[in-house]
Design a protein around this ligand. Structure first.
Ligand code: URA
Length: 305
């Protein structure tokens, strides 16, 4: 934060402005002059000692990922999606970030680490040791999952927001409380469902995860679904539905219709795309649509025994 005033009242006002604009944490203690950075020599031109250090692996057994070669060529900051909420606006245009090509080495490592996990605990350890996603650098916690790993119903959202990052659990903020009420309406709670996100680290400022970040994280959530092996999957919001159902259709078209999520071992899990609770908080008139979707889910669980 840059404050040109030393007047406490003005600083308090500036802080209040930042808070209302959704800026809830400083990523660095000191401001960075990006203009000065542009005139510095490129990494490849700098002496070896000045290169980015490789992050230390958090696990002895699991190979840490190599230092990221780049940040995916992303040159523009993406707009924040409040509480990851804006990203769940139905039928919002799919973002085509400048990073169209995922860092294949990191995605390949993620696939390898995900596939080699034979239990959920092992998967969590592998994800904790994985350094190939830049989001991990700014997140406080890995947000792995909440609920019952034996559950027959698994719900997958997009990515953690601020509250989830602080607590290390998915859907604990305002949208989480609405999700709890929606589950209660069909007789379920967190002891009878399993909840996770496509992206397990909070994007800074709740910005929309880039396609690059999504591709890197995808193997982990796919393996998590495979290990939980639920009878029914619910995709909360467009990003979860698009990623896990391999479609580019908007959530308003997708919702309410059964699809299938096919695991790496070829099992087709019935999947119900529905509206994200954060979207419902902003558009309460659509709660009735989500209600219908949840009734479908209840009926399907009953039919599948
Ligand atoms: N939104 C999500 O998609 N996931 C969370 O965990 C919280 C908000």
């Amino acid at each position: 934060m840059i404050a040109s005033s030393s007047n406490p009242a003005e600083i308090a006002e500036l802080l209040a402005f930042y808070a209302s604009a959704g800026v809830d944490e400083a990523l660095e203690d000191a401001p960075i002059n990006r203009f000065a950075e542009a005139s510095r020599p490129k990494q490849s031109e700098r002496p070896a000692a000045a290169t980015t250090p490789v992050r230390e692996s958090r696990s002895q057994e699991i190979p840490s990922s190599p230092a990221r070669s780049d940040q995916g060529g992303i040159t523009e900051r993406q707009a924040p999606s409040p509480g990851l909420d804006a990203s769940n606006v139905p039928d919002a245009p799919v973002r085509t970030a400048t990073a169209a090509v995922p860092d294949e080495a990191q995605a390949a490592l993620a696939r390898q680490m995900a596939a080699s996990a034979s239990t959920l605990e092992e998967l969590r350890r592998h994800m904790e040791a994985f350094d190939g996603c830049n989001l991990k650098a700014t997140a406080k916690h890995l947000v792995f999952a909440d609920g019952n790993p034996e559950a027959t119903l698994m719900l997958v959202g997009e990515a953690p927001g601020r509250d989830e990052d602080i607590e290390g659990l998915p859907f604990v903020g305002r949208s989480g409380r609405l999700l709890d009420r929606m589950l209660a309406a069909i007789g379920l709670d967190r002891t009878s469902v399993y909840i996770a996100n496509v992206i397990p680290w909070r994007p800074p400022g709740n910005r929309t995860p880039t396609p690059h970040e999504t591709e890197i994280c995808r193997p982990f959530i796919e393996r998590q679904i495979e290990l939980v092996n639920p009878k029914v999957l619910v995709n909360l919001g467009g990003p979860s539905a698009k990623t896990l159902l391999n479609t580019s259709e908007g959530i308003l078209r997708l919702r309410g219709n059964w699809r299938a999520h096919t695991t790496a071992s070829g099992i087709a899990i019935p999947a119900m795309p529905t509206l994200h609770p954060a979207y419902l908080l902003r558009t309460p008139a659509h709660k009735k649509l989500a209600w219908r979707d949840f009734l479908e889910v209840k009926a399907k669980l009953r039919a599948l025994g």
